[in-house]
Ligand binder design. Sequence first.
Ligand code: SIN
Ligand code: CO
Length: 387
Amino acid sequence: MLPTLNWPDGIDAKRFVRDYWQQRPLLFRNAFPGFENPLPADELAGLACEAEVSSRLVLESRGERPWTLRQGPFDAETFDWLGTEGWSLMITDLEKVLPDFRAALEPFRFIPDWRIDDLMASFAPPGGSVGPHFDAYDVFLFQAEGRRSWHIGPEPECGYQLLEGADLKIIETPEFDDVFTLEPGDMLYLPPRYAHHGVALDPCITWSIGFRAPALGDLASAWADNVAASLPDDKLYCDPNFTPPTSPGEISANARTALRQQLQDVLAGDETAFDQFIGQFLTDRAADVALHGQEITPETLRSLAAAGGSLSRHPEIRFAFVPMGEDATLFAGGVSFTTHLPVAAAMCQHVSWQGASLQQLLDVPGADALLMALSALGFVESDADDD
Ligand code: SIN
Ligand code: CO
């Protein structure tokens, strides 16, 4: 899908992470030599008409107000009405709708999976854009078809005025100091909060490989809930050596310090509890993911491999692991499984296995037991019969 990443001269994954990641933009010319776009504009439009696909249209001036956002699904009439300028179509979570597109995320796995969000593809006619804006997350913007000119701000956003009354957070008076024209095959990395404005020069398709980072507020409240659930009701604040206050109404400095300290002590938790929590938190699944559990046996798995059949991770289930010596805790869809380290690593390395590669996976001691458990929950799916 995407051939090997062609790093700019003198840069490799290690140097990129050290000098650019979350720090400054980087332009990749001819990022994937030999790339051929597998998803032309008419197929993107077709996807946008499907109910289970997450699609959006940005209308620069043809909507009810400037920069109107419409959620899909759309229909053929909408595309006829759009005309030849002033709009952009975006399809998010492409790798979940079309699992083959998970391969497009492979070149970016020098950033760990738990930081990767999704692959988005956008189409814009010449002149089209989603307006000057900034995003909260890191993104690689890959030019899959046509040319787009990218105007980039000089530094991460600081206090831009946003356009009033627009559905999108459009920067009213952006300041850009760089402009790059991306040809097909070029790619631009942008750290969070850099103002950018990408204007299509041709009918243009851009793929965005987007990253995610947990909001620390969400992390804090989830961890606090987790700690609270593990504390017995009779674990209370205590003050065996307190100093009497000058006034009975006062919450004294001593008491405040002791309260804060005791709170910090319980919130610190222990390492094992935190590792368990964080693995579940980072792989948790959306409530509406449709899962089809399938009971499989080691024999079914072996005959599946022998027959050249395949087994795949559910595209909406995240996998990650925490090593524990020779063992590991594997996390999938917010559930934890104790297994051997090589099994956990193998489960996370690939998203699907077929024939010989499935056989290889099954040869890792303990893999079949884990696959049975994952299959029963619908976290991996096989093309074997249900019975
Ligand atoms: C686009 O693909 O049109 C916009 C992507 C972005 O600016 O993040
Ligand atoms: Co953006």
